[in-house]
Design a protein around this ligand. Structure first.
Ligand SMILES: *Cc1c(COP(=O)(O)O)cnc(C)c1O
Length: 393
């Protein structure tokens, strides 16, 4: 036998997570994750599952019975909604204004759906008038949209898009990965038929679970399927029997991940959704004030900006990778770079969940100023003053 490998213990040290996710995870959530592992049919665990579902309904603002976390990251939730609701030949309209809309379109094609892809400029909201016009012509079975495009920082209007879906009788499928827990999603008010999220964005839990919720109309489509759902693991007819009253074994739930989510949701319930949304808006305003105070400009027009993900143009003369490396190595701060067309042109600054606080923001702005000055980039001196004006007004 060869010699056993001998590596150092996992000990990454602390970071300040201000990128597109994961966000900072509180010690309480990490403690919940380190609770003893018990059986997936243990009555104690079953109680925690029920409580998790109740708290998820509060968060999604829904009464949908089928509301549960999928074992997998946000993309698993995306695939769950699409694989259960699409049969070959179904017409599926996907609105694409960034990376995640494009990912949905890819999945639709893999499932044999008839893809109707609508492209919109990156950094802008999806235009509901265009969606309605094209939908009236094409008559789609599903309309899919990303509520909060993490790749660009733009938000699209669920109420307007929902109206378009309603007018043509299509199921309305929404990606809430980044919006859930950071801004209102109103699943019932907006008549959303299927939505999914992820734990590592505004829920401030480690990655690994994807909360989903489906309306009874969506379940009707699922139950009318002519063919079995092509994914065994993500088949909601079977998953629903484990998370529903029957408690029928499907796969072993990731027990400790669900403990962590339970604690993250308790923290959200304690804070209250309204307070939490207001907190995200406040720190977003402070960040924009600081960036503009420095002379940097935001990518997304003001009324289409997300509070939890802020894209800003990299100033002339700054070295994209050099700045991000210095932030991480000198201050432990992580921010995101641009994707696709925006690569090398923008930075993406996350203010998600626990990460959205004045201490993080003050550290980040101070660090960024100092690094840019070291690189000889000309910036205006007003950043901290403008930011503090927002906080202290
Ligand atoms: C992060 C993200 C996803 C994908 O989630 P993973 O957890 O990385 O699989 C999907 N959609 C949006 C809008 C996201 O921000």
């Amino acid at each position: 036998m060869s010699q056993a490998p001998n590596f150092t213990e996992v000990d990454p040290g602390l970071r300040v997570l201000m990128g597109p996710g994961p966000s900072d995870v509180s010690p309480k959530v990490l403690r919940a994750m380190a609770a003893p592992c018990i059986g997936h049919l243990d009555p104690y665990f079953l109680t925690k599952m029920d409580e998790t579902q109740t708290m998820l309904r509060y968060l999604f603002e829904t009464e949908h019975a089928l509301t549960m976390p999928i074992s997998g990251t946000g993309s698993a939730g995306m695939e769950t909604c699409l694989v259960n609701l699409i049969e070959p030949g179904d017409k599926v309209m996907v609105c694409v204004n960034g990376v995640f809309g494009a990912r949905m379109a890819d999945i639709v094609e893999r499932l044999g759906g008839e893809l109707i892809r609508l492209d919109f400029p990156w950094g802008r909201a999806v235009a509901p008038e265009t969606v309605l016009k094209k939908a009236k012509k094409a008559g789609p079975d599903l309309i899919c949209v990303v509520h909060a495009e993490t790749s660009t920082g733009a938000v699209s209007s669920l109420s307007d898009l929902s109206q378009a879906a309603g007018e043509v009788g299509a199921l309305f499928v929404v990606d809430c990965v980044t919006s859930l827990g950071g801004m209102p999603v109103g699943i019932d008010a907006n008549k959303v038929d299927a939505a999914y999220s992820g734990t590592q964005k505004c829920l401030s839990c480690p990655p690994g679970l994807s909360p989903v919720t489906l309306s009874s109309r969506a379940l009707d489509k699922l139950n009318r399927r002519k063919q079995k759902v092509v994914s065994w693991y993500l088949d909601l007819t079977m998953l629903g029997s484990y998370w529903g009253a029957e408690r029928k074994y499907h796969h072993t739930a990731p027990i400790n991940m669900i403990f962590a989510l339970h604690q993250a949701l308790r923290d959200i319930c304690t804070e209250g959704l309204e307070t939490r949304f207001e907190r995200h808006r406040l720190h977003h305003k402070a960040l924009v004030a600081a960036m503009e105070g420095m002379g940097l400009s935001m990518v997304v027009p003001e009324n289409e900006r997300l509070p939890m993900l802020n894209t800003v143009y990299i100033p002339q003369g700054a070295d994209d990778l050099g700045v991000r490396k210095a932030l991480l190595n000198q201050y432990g701060i992580e921010i995101g770079g641009g994707l696709g067309d925006l690569a090398g042109k923008v930075w993406r600054v996350g203010l998600m969940g626990s990460s959205a606080n004045r201490r993080n923001l003050t550290l980040f702005i101070t660090a960024l100023k100092s690094i840019l000055e070291q690189q000889g980039v000309k910036i205006k001196p007003g950043a901290l003053g403008a930011m503090n004006n927002i906080y202290d007004q």
